[in-house]
Design a protein. Structure first.
Length: 347
């Protein structure tokens, strides 16, 4: 985790590399044409090596994945578009709310863990301009925008490593990171340690498997089996899917107080009668379908050893059921907030 003593509000000035070419290899080749007689210093070489490693990916079915295989979703333009779609899906789910922590409107120093495209951090920074607020976003993938508000900074960083921030935060958001974290207790502990006394953490995650209240989602249905198999694949890769139900307990065990949990629903398609849930279902279907093959190809093949042919046949069945209006299924989404206790005044 990078030290934030010398952070800049501009990604170009921060430790994130410049992203001025679609193909990072082309950018490195162009830099290599410099005919300076001074050559490359050891420090520059070290920086160049670090920057190039950020862009190292391995390909699976034509999609680029992070080189360390810690993240089971791709790091490319299609995924960036899906993440922004998902952000809108969350706004619909929460009735337009971007956060639930009681102090979010007055927080001065904010951390967005797993920021993705940075859309939440940018919107937070732009909407909260009536007071001095600074937003940091961290992610292992360099897919954030080049131009951001002056009170917003992005860093390429791994939230699973030890955090070395020099100043604590007032508010930390951990959004949709289930399946990406090996040790949730450690992550929650680091959130606690890096909050000001009285500061708040907010953890948002879906809960698997999907369910139905009228029994239309059968235990042996393709969608139910897909939820179960992808969860097994994620667990085999050391990134459990079933942690969403545990966040409330994890916060309490870490020492947080005033812990609350709010439950929301993501219908699998437009089956609900209620217009609000019908719209949420449309966006849920668009979100999941967009990455159905991608998720399955990684978790079922890498985690469980299924062949690509088996996966394609299976997800065709899953897709058909997800579109079936007679199957009234949904995933739950939990929003858990907790406060670090205020310091006790010694008398």
């Amino acid at each position: 985790m990078a030290n934030d003593k010398s952070k800049s509000s501009s990604p170009a000035a921060a430790q994130s590399p410049p992203r001025d070419a679609d193909n990072p290899e082309e950018a490195l080749l162009e830099a290599g044409d410099d005919d300076s007689a001074l050559g490359v210093t050891d420090d520059e070489l070290s920086t160049a090596s670090l920057r190039s490693s950020i862009y190292e990916y391995h390909m699976i079915n034509g999609r680029g994945y992070h080189k360390d295989e810690k993240y089971w979703l791709p790091s490319d333009q299609n995924e960036s578009e899906r993440l922004d779609l998902q952000n809108h899906q969350l706004l619909l789910t929460f009735g337009g709310k971007r956060y639930f922590s009681p102090n979010a409107d007055t927080a001065k120093r904010v951390l967005d863990v797993g920021t993705g495209t940075g859309i939440w951090a940018v919107e937070f920074g732009m909407r909260n301009t009536g007071y001095m607020v600074y937003v940091f976003g961290i992610d292992i993938a360099p897919i954030q925008p080049d131009f951001v508000p002056p009170n917003c900074t992005f860093e390429i960083d791994d939230a699973e490593k030890e955090w070395t921030w020099t100043k604590p935060f007032d508010y930390i958001l951990v959004r949709l990171m289930v399946g990406s974290i090996a040790d949730w207790d450690k992550l929650i502990r680091q959130c606690y340690e890096n909050l000001e006394p009285g500061g708040w953490v907010e953890v948002i995650d879906p809960v698997f498997p999907a369910k139905s209240e009228d029994g239309t989602l059968k235990p042996d249905s393709p969608l139910h089996r897909w939820d179960e198999l992808t969860a097994k694949g994620a667990l085999a890769l050391g990134r459990p899917f079933d942690e969403g139900v545990n966040h409330e307990k994890q916060l309490k065990e870490a020492g947080f107080v005033n812990v609350t949990r709010k439950a929301f629903k993501w219908p699998t398609n437009t089956w609900p009668k209620d217009p609000k849930f019908k719209e949420i279902g449309l966006w849920t279907l668009a979100n999941i379908e967009r990455n159905l093959e991608t998720i399955s190809s990684f978790l079922l093949r890498q985690g469980l050893g299924m062949s690509q042919e088996e996966i394609l046949v299976f997800i065709a069945e899953v897709r058909a059921e997800m579109r079936n209006l007679k199957v009234h299924a949904y995933w739950e989404v939990f929003v858990v907030t907790g406060q670090k206790p205020e310091e006790q005044i010694q008398g």
